[in-house]
Design a protein around this ligand. Structure first.
Ligand code: PGA
Length: 249
């Protein structure tokens, strides 16, 4: 099955509304048709509306939210719900990003609840999974990825996307080799087949994330089973992001 590639930019806590608009002004996407990559940008939630309403946004750029609360509304100071993010222009949501898991202490139960909220709001989730360096050294890669995936799978909507993001490669300049990425993606696809069935395993796109940049994106996209990239640091500069999209065309 031919899986359409995805290039997603996770801006993390960078680029407020003014800078986000300037990014759109400067971004030049290459020519491509309907079979070209899906392009998704995940701005800070305060910047979502500015991008959604900007007349300069190429309509090939979809928008996502980096994090949501699992409730629809309520007394949760500082939080944003999936329903609100959708109203502000998001079509996608990151769920289970390693910074949510490791910096903010969100466990598999919270991740599953968020996945359910995202799906219920009609947003397409990108469920992020990945092992720490210690887990990898202990030979626990398969176990960790399977646990993170299986624990959330009950809430997985049909259009879910996965991202394999080894924690040790995020923001560190260290990248998984194309072989490591291919191995992890194959493990995930096997787990998908066991939990959601072989049709889902064939169809669901799995992105690689962790220090992707214009100089390594070609090799990573060429790795078997890598259907796209989820990019942090190198997505903040419009020229670099344009080059990453061009690599996926
Ligand atoms: P990085 O981040 O590309 O800066 O390593 C990736 C991510 O956290 O999604």
């Amino acid at each position: 099955m031919l899986r359409r590639r995805v290039v997603a930019g996770n801006w993390k806590m960078h680029l407020g509304p003014t800078e986000a608009r300037a990014f759109l002004e400067a971004l030049r996407l290459p020519e491509f048709g309907d079979d070209g990559p899906e392009v998704i940008v995940f701005p800070a939630s305060v910047s979502l509306l500015a991008l959604a309403e900007s007349p300069r946004r190429d309509d090939r750029i979809q928008l996502g939210v980096q994090n949501v609360h699992f409730e629809v509304s309520g007394a949760f100071t500082g939080e944003v719900s999936a329903v609100m993010a959708k109203d502000a222009g998001a079509s996608h949501a990151l769920v289970g990003h390693s910074e949510r898991r490791h910096v903010f202490g969100e466990d598999d139960d919270v991740t599953r609840a968020k996945l359910g909220a995202v799906a219920a709001a009609g947003l397409t989730p990108i469920l992020c999974v990945g092992e720490t360096l210690e887990e990898r050294r202990e030979g626990r890669l398969g176990e960790v990825l399977a646990r993170q995936l299986v624990s959330a799978a009950g809430e997985a909507p049909e259009d879910i996307l996965l991202a394999y993001e080894p924690v040790w490669a995020i923001g560190t300049g260290e990248t998984a080799s194309p072989e490591d990425a291919a191995d992890a993606h194959a493990l995930l696809r096997r787990t998908l087949a066991e939990t959601l069935g072989s049709e889902a395993a064939e169809r669901i796109r799995i992105l690689y994330g962790g220090s992707v940049k214009p100089t390594n994106v070609d090799d990573l996209l060429a790795a078997p089973g890598v259907d796209g990239v989820l990019v942090g640091g190198a997505s903040l500069d419009p020229h670099s992001f344009g080059r990453l999209v061009a690599a996926a065309v």
